[in-house]
Design a protein around this ligand. Sequence first.
Ligand code: PEP
Ligand code: MN
Length: 348
Amino acid sequence: MILVLRPHCPEAEIQGVEKHLKDLGFTPHTLRGVERTVIAAIGDDRNTSKEHLEAIPGVETVMQVLAPYKLASREFHPGTSVVSVGGPGPEVKPNANKVPIGGPKIAIVAGPCSVEGRTQTLEIAQAVKEAGAVALRAGAFKPRTSPYQFQGLMEEGLEYLAEAREKTGLPIITEVLTPTDVPVVAAFADCLQIGTRNMQNYLLLKACGQVKTPVLLKRGMSSTLEEWLLAAEYILTGGNPNVLLCERGIRTFENYVRNTFALAVIPALKERSHLPVLADPSHGTGVRSLVPAMSKAAVACGADGLLIEVHMDPAKALTDGAQTLSVKEFEKLMRELKLVAQAVGREL
Ligand code: PEP
Ligand code: MN
């Protein structure tokens, strides 16, 4: 931390700040100027906050030098992490392909917003697989804005997803809403999704840190990059290293889209963190016609994977139909994405 003291700070106050810093475990190095004194506090500043130090008498402003997150940072882990979804492992699920995310191959994850029934799930799983998707994503537990809307098939939905995996080999990604549901959903799924509304549900994050199942952590709709990486830090410090980040759009004043798809966050995350980054242009726009262009843009700017909503008949989808592609539209997009991936030195 760098502490800038207020102008003409009396010597007694300077020494008071130095003592306070030593009590907190820092080694203070003081630079006395004519008008201003600056103190460099050497030590790990993650255990204390800028606000806490700004409350010390004599201190005007404090600059944090280290990022507040550690395990998620590139300083801590300079390489790029590859998180494997599915495949053999301690929590092996029958017949799930292993999909590494974060390597040279871009992972296209697709499926309907919700599991609506057995046939719907099996049909769409087969269709997205044939089009080139490497994992199936669909919600069995749905976090809905209105309590009157479809809430998901819950455990019954998990059974259909497991059957779809058995038939297609596609690993399953599905949302978990509560800490108590984590073991239940982890017993079925190859990857747990934490949705935008739960990004700062710290008990849920901690519960997901207690398992080894990969976690796809969506960005909170009003969260900064730093808050998002601190949410990832909760899962990582719990002991689960398998975290995937997913940009899904944020709330802004703009209303021609459902959310504002903040693509600059993808290269910004890559500069700061080693964790793989996916993008969800379906929720990122909320508008079907915009999904293909934004999918290509996300791949062009470095996304390690995409999460795209696809349905056999989007007009009949129980949730998020307006942003959902038909199978035909998805197939066309997959052909286009191949070219974009090649142009940026990646493959699908
Ligand atoms: C979803 O993936 O269908 C979903 C509910 O996403 P989000 O949490 O991003 O709104
Ligand atoms: Mn959805």
